[in-house]
Design a binder for this molecule. Structure first.
Ligand SMILES: [Zn+2]
Length: 383
């Protein structure tokens, strides 16, 4: 099957401008299982685009050899709105400058619309329910009439993803090690395999599923929310949807892209998407930990940051992670405010030395095993 190259045209927002989203299909439309992979919804996070740059030739070759009997959708850079946001020689890709929306929030929770359409038909036959739910979700998206570019992007992209069996959303952090966010419903199976194949240093899971409407959140939570809503119906978790954080923004090299592509490919082989032998599963580098155990260091005051600890380090509760220096305070060491770890765990993400800090700004994140009282009920997605 030749690779099919496709384009989503977005509505033009201003005279003389128009943007589109390129996407590719490997294998066969409608075949199962279906995998959906995208990168750069936060448009200035390009390690995922680099991984896909190296993965796509591998997929093309596998497809030509007839080894992809199902369907793989790849969207190498999903967010042309964010790609175009060049401001004063900087690429600002995290928030939509028009609506100020974070590009990875406010995706569409279709559980209500699906419940309305097919709720009464959901019974004890899990396979039948999966079919009904996928159809209803696509129908709900088709019924929407978005007017602007951002909403059209959300609707059209979800038409490609919402009926997939596996959804991989590739991101990165500012300075970070490879980590994975998943739902507790997947963490013992699909997510651990993915984390092991990718060599993730940390896997964190939401309990039971992410509340915030991130892209990976809405694709996976559709099933969990419907299962909660219709407890007597057999509704499986038919989509494994996850956010993969491919290290730091500046971690874009051919060596990393090539090894990430090799690992993603091996994962697809392991899941039976591509014919072949995956070989033994690499050892998981660290056990999954709950989002409620994730410590976020919020800056208590303004100043600039300098770190004592590199991303990826194992830290102990009470360890000094970084300090905020008040540039106007002439008292040397007394101008420094230390920020301490409040749990034992892996410092999986931080900002850069020299970054500006302001009160309440997240300066670092630590994946810890123990749920933390001060994190209960707090979203992990506050930036
Ligand atoms: Zn991101």
């Amino acid at each position: 099957m030749p690779v099919s190259k496709n384009k989503i045209q977005l509505p033009s927002m201003t005279p003389g401008t128009a943007r589109s989203i390129a996407w590719l299909r490997y294998g066969k439309a409608g075949a199962r299982p279906k995998v959906y992979i995208q990168a750069a919804i936060h448009a200035n996070e390009l390690p995922g685009a680099m991984a896909l740059h190296h993965l796509m030739p591998r997929l093309t070759e596998a497809d030509r050899a007839g080894r992809i009997t199902d369907e793989v959708i790849v969207v190498p850079t999903v967010n042309p709105i964010g790609q175009s946001q060049l401001v004063g020689n900087n690429h600002l890709g995290r928030y939509d400058l028009l609506s100020r929306d974070n590009f990875n929030r406010n995706w569409l929770d279709l559980s209500g619309a699906v419940a309305e359409r097919v709720g009464v038909k959901l019974g004890r036959d899990a396979a039948a329910n999966v079919g009904l739910i996928r159809k209803a979700a696509i129908a709900a998206l088709k019924a929407m009439q978005p007017l602007n570019e951002l909403q059209t992007m959300r609707v059209e992209v979800m038409k490609l993803s919402i009926d997939a069996d596996i959804v991989l959303d590739l991101h990165c952090d500012m300075e970070a090690v490879l980590h994975v966010f998943a739902s507790a419903r997947d963490v013992t199976g699909a997510a651990q395999e993915l984390a092991a194949d990718l060599g993730a240093l940390s896997t964190m899971y939401n309990e039971p599923y992410p509340e915030a409407l991130t892209f990976s959140g809405v694709n996976g939570a559709l099933w969990a929310r419907l299962a909660d809503r219709f407890p007597s119906a057999a509704i499986p978790q038919a989509c494994f949807s996850t956010t993969v954080e491919l290290r730091s923004q500046h971690d874009v090299t051919h060596a990393l892209g090539e090894s990430d592509a090799r690992n993603l490919y091996r994962y697809l082989v392991r899941r039976g998407i591509i014919a072949g032998r995956a070989g033994p599963l690499p050892r998981l580098k660290s056990a999954p930990t709950p989002i409620s155990g994730m410590d976020v260091g919020y800056a208590p005051r303004r100043g600039f940051l300098v770190y004592h600890v590199a991303a990826g380090a194992k830290v102990k509760k009470g360890a000094a992670i970084c300090e905020i220096i008040d540039p106007a305070d002439p008292r040397g060491a007394r101008a420094r405010t230390q920020m301490l770890a409040r749990t034992d765990g892996i410092l999986f993400s931080r900002k850069r030395n020299g970054a500006l800090a302001w009160p309440g700004m997240g300066a670092f994140r630590i994946a810890g095993a123990k749920p933390l009282a001060h994190r209960k009920g707090m979203s992990g997605l506050d930036d």
